[in-house]
Design a protein around this ligand. Structure first.
Ligand code: GTP
Length: 308
């Protein structure tokens, strides 16, 4: 059995050695030093979420052994209990540098989480929750601040080729079924409502737009919700939450009105994102998880973008 804790034995000495501030046995600067995977509660679009943070600084003093991890860790509390904003992130990066004067010229913060948004149904008054994975990568250097927002947005895509081929089969079936009977409005109406008439349907797939956006460095609000809304509007076929039949019918119509190859989706989003006021440049990757194939159809596009 362990002996009881002897608090006297662990009472802190008046002076605690600070190894981090001592001279390093090995000299040299380091581009990034800090902590990864820190649990951090955040408020995004009004919802509390569990995020993970990476916090770091450069170590530009070649003789100093280490940075002060606790100062970075404690500073992260600045982001708690308030809506996540770019203004608060810039202030936090300043705190990182202020707490490492003489040691660090650059500060870094990465936040990973899932935005949790309530989304309305297409027609009915219902709504439900959807998550959008995001990452915010921030860097403060003597020449300014860089902010990269990554976000993934799911949607539905219906193959335009498959739709055309299905229509062709329906036309052929019409030719055959009405070959020797008179074409009346009532007969065609009844025929259109039968499974035997609409004998082929195009394939659809759950698809993903993976976006990396370089944000205008001096804006204060995080444009996550604006970007998600613009992208879903541009594609027209956002994944749904609560669905009644009236919503499902509207979704079928939206898919039929927005037939999309991965190239079509990439071009639409290229146009949409290049008009987002908060976005200075982007790289996008469109992934259609094909139901026709066991592999994915993918398109990429960039604007004003250099990989970082
Ligand atoms: N620099 C550094 N610190 C580490 C590492 N691993 C654990 N730590 C610990 O992180 C703790 C916090 O470091 P500091 O922020 O320097 O703590 P402190 O000296 O009490 O705080 P200040 O007085 O503000 O400097 C220390 O107990 C370190 O031992 C590491 O790899 N590098």
């Amino acid at each position: 059995m362990n002996s009881p804790l002897n608090k006297e034995a662990i009472r802190p000495a008046r002076h605690l050695d600070d190894v981090a501030s001592a001279a390093s046995p090995h000299k040299g600067t380091l581009s990034w030093v800090g902590m990864e995977g820190i649990a951090l509660p955040l408020l995004v679009a009004g919802q509390a979420i569990a995020a993970r943070a990476s916090a770091g600084v450069s170590l530009d003093a070649p003789d100093t052994r280490g940075i002060h991890m606790s100062r970075l860790y404690l500073a992260l509390a600045e982001l708690e209990h308030q809506e996540l904003s770019l203004a608060s992130i810039r202030s936090l990066l300043d705190t990182f540098l202020d707490s490492h004067q003489g040691l660090s010229e650059q500060a870094f913060l990465e936040l990973n989480g899932e935005a949790l948004l309530r989304r309305p149904a297409l027609i009915s008054p219902l709504s439900g929750w959807k998550t959008y994975p995001f990452a915010l990568r921030c860097r403060r250097t003597p020449s300014g601040t860089q902010l990269i927002l990554n976000v993934s947005i799911g949607y539905s895509s219906t193959c335009p080729c498959s739709a055309a081929l299905s229509r062709q089969l329906i036309q052929q079936a019409f030719e055959e079924d009405f070959n020797d009977i008179p074409v009346s409005r009532a007969a065609v109406h009844a025929w259109l409502g039968s499974e035997q008439a609409i004998l082929a349907t195009p394939h659809s797939q759950r698809s993903q737009a993976h976006l990396s956006l370089r944000l205008t460095p001096d804006i204060d609000e995080l444009p996550l919700l604006d970007v998600i809304n613009s992208v879903e509007k541009s594609l027209g076929t956002a994944l749904q939450t609560a669905v009644k039949r009236v919503d499902e019918q509207a979704f079928a119509l939206a898919n039929g009105q927005n037939l999309m190859f991965c190239e079509d989706a990439a071009r639409r989003l290229h146009a949409t994102l290049s008009h987002q006021p908060a976005v200075e440049g982007f790289a996008l990757r469109i992934v259609h998880a094909e139901s026709l194939h066991a592999h994915d159809a993918v398109a990429r596009s960039e604007w004003n973008w250099e990989p970082v």
